[in-house]
Ligand binder design. Sequence first.
Ligand code: C6P
Length: 406
Amino acid sequence: MKSLKDFKVSEIRKDFPILKEKVNGKNLIYLDNSATSQKPNQVIDSIKEYYSKYNSNVHRAIHKLGEEATLKYEEAHEKVAKFINASKEEIIFTRNTTESLNLLSYTLKVGAKDNIVITEMEHHSNIVPWQQLCKRTGAKLRFIPIDKEGKLDLTKSPIDNNTKIVSVVHVSNVLGTVNPIKKICKMAHDRKALFILDAAQSAPHQKIDVKDLDVDFMAFSGHKLLAPTGIGVLYGKKKLLLSLDPFLTGGGMISDVSKNDSKWADLPNKFEAGTPNISGAIALGAAIDYIEMIGMDEIQRITKDLVTYTMEKLAELDNISIYGPGSEDRTALISFNLVGIHPHDVAEILDKEGIAIRAGHLCAKPLMKVLGVNAVCRISPYFYNTKEEVNYFVSSLKKVQEVFTQ
Ligand code: C6P
């Protein structure tokens, strides 16, 4: 018999048209939400509405359509600001987490005697920009190591008086580990270093209060939280954003231009050069409305419950390695390997069953090296997934093992 909660999920699923699709002749079971989430009708409709009813540029036009587009675009800044407890001028729209982190790596200043601290569990987007900054300036890149469980070993933190930037992932896209951000942020601030949070994997799953965490900057992507691709967010404390030079220059980000000089526009426009992704920003606002309608606490509860359930079911399998900590310290996702079977083979066979998971190095090659593997399989449920889907996934994994042991 269906419980009230199951009923609610079945209602929620009706909002996501793609979940009715067949893949390889089978019902789609989408378990790759950490790569990108699916989109509800409310988000898809908001894009259609923009293009069919008030498509126009923002901050430029005197006409009615331009006014409406500008109003909705500004409203999107406000919704994102409220979502993370920031103010509107502290929200910069970018393309994604990667661009937000690059913006910082090109605008923050470090010198040859300084160091930048990240961790062994970072996504390439929170490694490569800092490597490049170090190459440009002579600064050193240092890593907080992970322990055997897949948690950060803060007793071995390299943060010192020469650390200028500490940039850390909130939830690892490989291990699912939820890091103790308040604690690491304080460690950075105690040494007068800036703290940057990569919230790409946490923003879709939990409430984030930038004031409570006291992070200086935070980056996340819209596409992992129900919004379209091509819209991302950089949050920054107002006084810090005011102190930085702009990243990209040109139209939309100036207050005055003469032949030889320019003055910057107020925040956030100073960091939003050129025509922005207007429909993407509006759709991100619609995605936030949807998340708030369901309730972030409820989303967190459903996903956490699914992750815990999946961990229990996977424990029934022989010859499986699961990476990262137990359910109490993780959220959102589970990476694993079936002994003797390449992750790409696992993903390919599951795909024939209509099940979408991710397999590969997950854009975290340094972490793969620490784990002693080249690749992993990853399942990442979201609040519209069900235990029935998890059951089918686990029984299909058992079949994969049978195929390879024949
Ligand atoms: N991780 C994954 O399947 P972009 O591509 O800019 O929207 O997000 C980059 C990024 C940054 N940090 C973390 C922790 C991430 O997980 C990601 C994206 C996807 O794991 C795509 S590789």
